[in-house]
Ligand binder design. Sequence first.
Ligand code: LMR
Length: 341
Amino acid sequence: MTFRVTRRDALRLAAAMPAVLALGKPAFADPLVIKFSHVVSPDAPKGKAALLFKQLAEKYTDGKVTVEVYPNSSLYKDKEELEALQLGSVQLLAPSISKFGPLGVKEFDVFDLPFLMSDQTHARAMMASPMMDEFNKKLGDKGVTPLAYWDNGAHVYTANKPLIMPEDFQGMKMRIQGSKVLDAVARQLGAIPQIIAFGELYQALQTGVVDGEDNVPSNIWTQKFYDVQKYLTVSHHGRLTYSLITNKTFWDGLPADVRPGLTRAVAESTQFFDDTAAKDNVDALDQIKATGKVEIHVLTDTEKQAWITALMPVHKEMEGRFGKDFIEAVYKASGFVPPQS
Ligand code: LMR
């Protein structure tokens, strides 16, 4: 009888190997290996923070831990990495919270409501609010422990035609990260949403599988999207927030002599991330401009008002998905006041 080894079996086996290999060897001999997988380039804010985490974790645990960083989707792509974390084949990720839907925690999609998280103060107030305990508990129920939230700033749109007014999106194929709210936003603008893994986005833009996308300037710069997109609109309609997550069993099972060092490394790389992202996203817009390849448009107040009028109905539409009370609780926790549309 032939056994068909499924990908899940392979992931499970890979997860069990370190324990199997450790059998018969004194446990203290080999450092604990933490695999940190992510989808951006090493010189993007998350790439830099992951490398700093590696340095600090190895230093603060006196070498009892080794961190292997896998950038640019080199180990797992977007969706795969969450499954791999739940199975214990990888120990650390920092994905966008807009990609948590497949984990079965749809509540995180609420953060993609248009303009809710545009303002840094609102975004950081939300991530620091007690309401996050509810979100974190839901992740915990899925075997995932969030260690920190990393703020990578507000989104801008890119495309191969100017996107100045909402009607400019009509019929455009727009790449989205995955949340149901991002899907609704694209549809509300008359565009056709398409989920594409980040690692495949450059090619999808280059070949015209999609016409445009939204992202933070540091990703557009480090992934060279400016080579395949001629226009950029500074719209700040949404935000890119990461969650530094680990496997709950792995983290709860950490030896007592390494946890304090790892916790300190998480705190310091989080501060580093927020500072670096704030600077790199400003620099990246200047760097993109300096290429002369992209026409950059900052929405005027009148244009912004037109976007607000066009997009605020998504908040109403999503009451069906999250409940009015839940959305209002998020408004309260973040300090966001829905603009009059
Ligand atoms: C995206 O998919 O556009 C981003 O979430 C990628 C990333 O991790 O910054």
